[in-house]
Design a protein around this ligand. Structure first.
Ligand SMILES: [Zn+2]
Length: 173
């Protein structure tokens, strides 16, 4: 492994270490945990099919008060979750778009949103390569940490099964 790779991984792991991992792990619960820590609501939305997002499978929109993550829903659950985790990576690192080329997307994605409130809109094409690598690494590390957490702490069979599927267990765990 190259030194650059190790440095990237260490940098991303330090961010992952700040995360309060929900048990059982689910992407939804992770989003709530992150939202609580940031004091900003975090909303997940499937990308509308009509959204003009050529080649984009995930978008993060930050407003003055809330964060919105859009993900491609016409794909496997595992891929959907990876897209969300990748966008969470951009959010946690506070990556900013190099150019807001796609401002017309606001209307497609959030028709009720006042565009003047939007402080950041990040689609896949707006990031630098370095930012993409960071987001991708963070998504992988979150997934690894979630799997480790699920294995280190035995819970009920239902809870473990739910965790392995990335869904929330029922309340009677
Ligand atoms: Zn990205």
């Amino acid at each position: 492994m190259s030194r650059r790779y190790l440095r990237l991984r260490r940098y991303c792991q330090s961010e992952v270490d700040k995360i309060d991992f929900p048990r059982p792990f689910s992407v939804d619960a992770l989003c709530r945990s992150i939202a609580d820590r940031r004091g900003r609501e975090l909303h997940l939305h499937p990308l509308p099919r009509q959204a003009s997002l050529s080649g984009t499978c995930g978008v993060w929109i930050a407003t003055t008060t809330d964060d919105h993550i859009f993900y491609e829903s016409m794909t496997s659950r595992v891929h959907q979750e990876h897209i969300v985790l990748h966008e969470i990576g951009h959010l946690l690192f506070n990556h900013h778009a190099v150019g807001a080329k796609d401002t017309h997307m606001f209307g497609d994605l959030l028709p009720d949103l006042d565009a003047s409130l939007v402080t950041g809109l990040l689609g896949r094409t707006d990031y630098t390569t370095r930012q993409e690598r960071e987001a991708e690494m963070l998504a992988s590390l979150i997934r690894t940490s979630a799997d480790d957490a699920a294995q280190n702490r035995p819970r009920s069979v239902a809870g473990k099964l739910a965790a392995s599927l990335g869904i929330e267990a029922s309340a009677d765990e």
